[in-house]
Design a protein around this ligand. Structure first.
Ligand SMILES: *Cc1c(COP(=O)(O)O)cnc(C)c1O
Length: 419
């Protein structure tokens, strides 16, 4: 049966979903992915390396369900990968300098769920008597999740460059109702410009507002940039991990780790969490995770990525992305486009492409700016092709209207361009 696959993603009208149709659909997904340079999904998963079969094939015929918690023994069900999940969390804990004796955490469906679980842990610890602070450039999941958890959210202005305005944080925190604990979500790589909130600066702001050490929780939302930043010398990067004072931290598996399905790991300092009543469920395991059934495949896929790339691979991939981003900035600025990036960022920011161009290159835009995120597995020729089309579009249609400067990119634009 001939099926059109040019239209929107719909099933063939006259039949069931077939493997043949899906194969065609897959082909189209693969072809279209050539243009996905605005979303930070790495596509170089080390599948097949050192294995007879690819990791996905090994997992294909196995039903796994990680119901429960990777750090508590389970007895009622053998189809799980909880020990591997625990190992993943421990290895990430070490990468992010969490004291080995106080590492806990689990794998979730994505960074939104991780942020939710971290804020839930903070809410439990402070018995709901807490206010959440995040910058206006934080991921939209923070607003979504605080509403869901009935936690008040106070947005802190993002300063020039997209990072949190720490003086404003001090002022806002000092104004909160007496006795309320303070939970700060630091964004480690904002969605649009990949700005990094500095965790030591957050602590200094809370010190200035007189918040006692036992009445604060700093979560580092490091969905994209956590692992790439961890590959740098701590003296040479913004402070963001447990060694810098974070109480919990999340990374995404489908971003830098190139896992082909959404997943995220949340690492928490156990000594910061309120003790829970671990009542065993029907599986014989106390279910300490907010979810019920959880994927047993994604922890394996994430651990296999960590080991498959290795520390050297994780580092060199980041270096390649940074050099691609630097070269793309150079390409655009050489043609008088005010493109820029933060030091160490994979994200290149420039005046938003026209809707015409975005019909072909599905890039996100905000406040008149757009971005490309240079990710592992995507060749530089793709960015060159985009830049050529962007510049041609600009030439043929009288240039892009120069956007107003959003708070996120105002005063230090010149400095940023120099990076
Ligand atoms: C991608 C991202 C998220 C959301 O992650 P999901 O996996 O889509 O839920 C949250 N925060 C930051 C900083 C991100 O980059």
């Amino acid at each position: 049966m001939a099926v059109s696959i040019d239209g929107p993603l719909t099933l063939p009208v006259d039949g069931p979903l077939t493997a043949a149709w899906l194969r065609q659909r897959r082909q189209r997904w693969v072809e279209r992915s050539e243009f996905d340079i605005g979303y930070p999904n790495a596509v170089d998963y080390p599948d097949g390396d050192d294995f007879d079969l690819s990791i996905s094939e090994i997992l294909a015929g196995v039903s796994l369900n990680n119901v429960g918690h990777p750090f508590t023994p389970t007895s009622g069900f053998s189809g799980h990968s909880l020990p591997l999940e625990q190992q993943l969390i421990r290895e990430l804990g070490a990468m992010f300098r969490c004291p080995p004796g106080s590492v806990t955490g689990f794998v979730t469906s994505g960074s939104t769920e991780s942020v939710r679980a971290a804020l839930l842990a903070a809410r439990r610890r402070f018995r709901r008597r807490a206010v959440v602070y995040a910058s206006t450039a934080a991921h939209t999941c923070v607003a979504k999740v605080t509403e869901e958890l009935c936690l008040p959210l106070q947005l802190v202005p993002a300063g020039a460059g997209g990072g949190m305005d720490y003086a404003a944080l001090t002022t806002l925190v000092a104004q909160r109702r007496r006795g309320l604990a303070v939970v700060v979500v630091a964004t480690i790589g904002t969605t649009m410009v990949e700005a990094v909130d500095d965790v030591p600066a957050v602590h200094a702001a809370l010190d200035a507002a007189g918040v006692p050490a036992g009445r604060r929780w700093v979560h580092a939302d490091a969905a994209l940039a956590g692992i790439p930043l961890a590959m740098l010398d701590p003296a040479d990067r913004p402070g963001f991990d447990f060694g810098d004072g974070a109480d919990s931290l999340n990374i995404s598996g489908h971003k830098y780790l190139a896992v082909n399905t959404s997943c995220s790991a949340l690492v928490l300092r156990e000594d910061r969490c309120a003790p829970l009543n671990p009542t065993p469920t029907y599986t014989g395991a106390p279910d300490l995770t907010p979810a019920g059934s959880r994927s047993g495949h994604t922890p394996v896929l994430m651990l296999a990525a960590l080991h498959g790339f290795g520390t050297d691979g994780l580092r060199s991939r980041a270096e390649t992305c940074r050099s691609h981003a630097a070269a793309l900035v150079e390409l655009l600025t050489a043609a008088d486009v005010p493109a820029w990036r933060h030091k160490d960022a994979f994200t290149v920011v420039f005046p938003a492409p026209s809707d015409r161009l975005r019909a072909r290159w599905p890039l996100p835009v905000q406040d008149g700016w757009g971005h490309v995120i240079c990710m592992p597995g995507k060749p530089f020729t793709r960015y060159e092709r985009f830049a050529a089309e962007y510049l041609a579009d600009r030439r043929d249609h009288g240039g892009h209207p120069l956007p107003g400067r959003p708070t996120a990119v105002a005063a230090d634009l010149e400095d940023a361009i120099a990076c």
